[in-house]
Design a protein around this ligand. Structure first.
Ligand SMILES: O=P(O)(O)OC[C@H]1O[C@H](O)[C@H](O)[C@@H](O)[C@@H]1O
Length: 261
């Protein structure tokens, strides 16, 4: 196999992920194509997390509901997406390239870190294997999400009401912002309109968020095009509904694997 894709993919990981804020990944190579939806209005100069890509959210998802929570003073989605990560290591194995990045307190903007001043170290590992994967969807009315049936969810659009998903196939035709908790199946399947789709496998994470701002919220976001809600969906995996508590010295690992269906 032509190994050029690996070298190019790795260098692209470095340049794209070293952007000073959240993560935007756009790879197009001989054997690899990974294209993440990014808003055309996304702010790329480091003053704001990039609207699109894979947001790495730590130490909380959303805003703390409990004002006595240790994260209560932090802004929505914490600080990891607003910090500049460091590149630690790159590996070029037989059929994959790996980039490892790290974030520690000294790289977090001090005005954010002082709102949650605890020691931590994050490692973010990106492994790329050759395939063509795109998270763009051309028409939200054709989107179908499978494998969330029978899961309890919190509905942020309905003031945090809790309910159980009864649909076999989730479609989106209005604002949606749900946290599916302790998801039963290992994989969530997202079909983008035709037969093609993405399989997202949970690896050590329990919850799945489904978000589309729809018309009014899209119009209210300065870094998001007014019509872009028609061509995006967030299906975010993580430990969102409950905190993972670590004693000093303990570690936690979680992730996701994306592949083409
Ligand atoms: O606007 P942001 O802070 O980037 O958040 C964007 C969205 O992220 C998640 O999907 C949340 O569930 C939503 O409630 C939130 O609106």
């Amino acid at each position: 196999m032509d190994s050029r894709w690996k070298r190019e993919a790795l260098s692209e990981v470095l340049t794209e992920l070293l952007l000073p804020t959240a993560f935007r990944i756009v790879f197009t190579f001989i054997n690899v194509e990974l294209t993440y939806h990014t808003s055309k209005n996304a702010i790329l100069n480091g003053t704001k997390a990039i609207r699109g890509g894979i947001p790495l959210v730590f130490p909380q998802f959303g805003k703390a509901e409990d004002s006595s929570a240790p994260t209560a003073a932090l802004p929505q989605h914490g600080f990891a997406r607003n910090s500049k990560w460091e590149f630690l290591e790159g590996k070029d194995d037989d059929n994959e390239v790996t980039g490892i990045f790290t974030l520690s307190p000294s790289s977090v903007p001090s005005e954010l870190y002082q709102k949650w001043p605890f020691p931590f170290k994050l490692l973010y590992t990106v492994i790329l294997r050759p395939q063509s994967l795109s998270t763009f969807i051309s028409d939200i009315s054709k989107l179908k999400i499978h494998n969330l049936t029978n899961n309890v969810f919190t509905d942020k659009v309905a003031n945090g009401a809790r309910d159980t998903e009864t649909r076999e196939v989730i479609t989106v035709n209005g604002e949606v912002d749900r946290v599916y908790e302790d998801v039963i199946t290992e994989d969530v399947l997202v079909y983008c309109g035709d037969e093609s789709g993405i399989r997202i496998k949970r690896v050590g994470v329990n919850d799945v968020v489904v978000w589309n701002p729809w018309l009014a919220k899209a119009a209210a976001m300065s870094d998001f095009g007014d019509d872009e809600y028609k061509e995006m969906i967030c299906v975010e995996l993580g430990n969102v509904s409950k905190y993972v508590r670590l004693a000093p010295g303990e570690t936690w690992e979680g992730g996701q694997e994306l592949s083409v269906i």
